[in-house]
Design a protein. Structure first.
Length: 217
């Protein structure tokens, strides 16, 4: 059991180190040696878990969705809002998530690394929640689910890149709030609109309720 726990910790340390390095340098410029130095593990330990740079990058990408996990909300539109804010809040300080997002928008990843997967996964998750919102009467009848979800995923991807470039993501909560202020009136039925919380600090408040200080998702 102790050996298995060590292996799990080692794998996580490698992933976190790889996330940091991919975020700083992008896929092409990142080397295994950089990751080894950051993770402080042996080459044998790294290759035991990840046989190639491609498999390591894919593993970093595959870690992305859990960072958006929030508690179920009776109002599914609020749950979607919370996902965006919590993901944004975690993105500000988690190197693994930062690396995963950098790889998602990196056009230089090789064919063996599916950097488009997170886009499809987010779209699938949000489409399911949007359908539940529709079933509960939360959405205007004019809402096209697929188009709306793809707009939201694409807009968030662009916003976080702009926020990173301009402020190191320090204004990401504000930018997400502005995005929702423009989108929600075209989504939510009037009786629900005023009760939805899309204030810039929404992610901080949701995380305070679901995670101890300093905990990782």
């Amino acid at each position: 059991m102790a050996k298995q726990e060590r292996a799990i910790r080692t794998r996580r340390a490698i992933l976190e180190a790889a996330g940091a390095v991919f975020d700083e340098h992008g896929y092409t410029a990142t080397t295994i040696s950089m990751v080894l130095e950051r993770a402080e593990v042996t080459k044998g330990a790294l290759y035991f878990h990840f046989p190639s740079k491609e498999s390591l990058a894919q593993a970093v990408l595959d870690e992305q969705l859990p960072f958006g996990v929030v508690p179920p909300n009776p109002c599914k539109l609020q749950e979607i809002i919370d996902i965006t804010f919590v993901f944004g809040q975690r993105l500000m300080g988690n190197a693994l998530l930062q690396g995963s997002v950098r790889l998602t928008v990196d056009q230089c990843t090789p064919p063996g690394v599916d950097h488009t997967g997170p886009y499809r996964q987010w779209a699938e998750l949000l489409t399911g929640l949007m359908q539940q919102a529709r079933d509960q009467g939360e959405l205007l009848p004019t809402v096209e689910l697929k188009d709306t979800v793809e707009l939201l995923v694409g807009a968030f991807a662009g916003l976080q890149q702009m926020s990173r470039a301009l402020t190191g993501r320090q204004d990401l909560g504000h930018r997400i709030s502005v995005l929702w202020s423009h989108i929600l009136p075209s989504l939510a039925v009037p009786g629900l609109l005023m009760g939805l919380d899309s204030e810039p600090d929404r992610g901080t408040r949701v995380l305070a309720d679901i995670e101890p200080v300093g905990a990782e998702p």
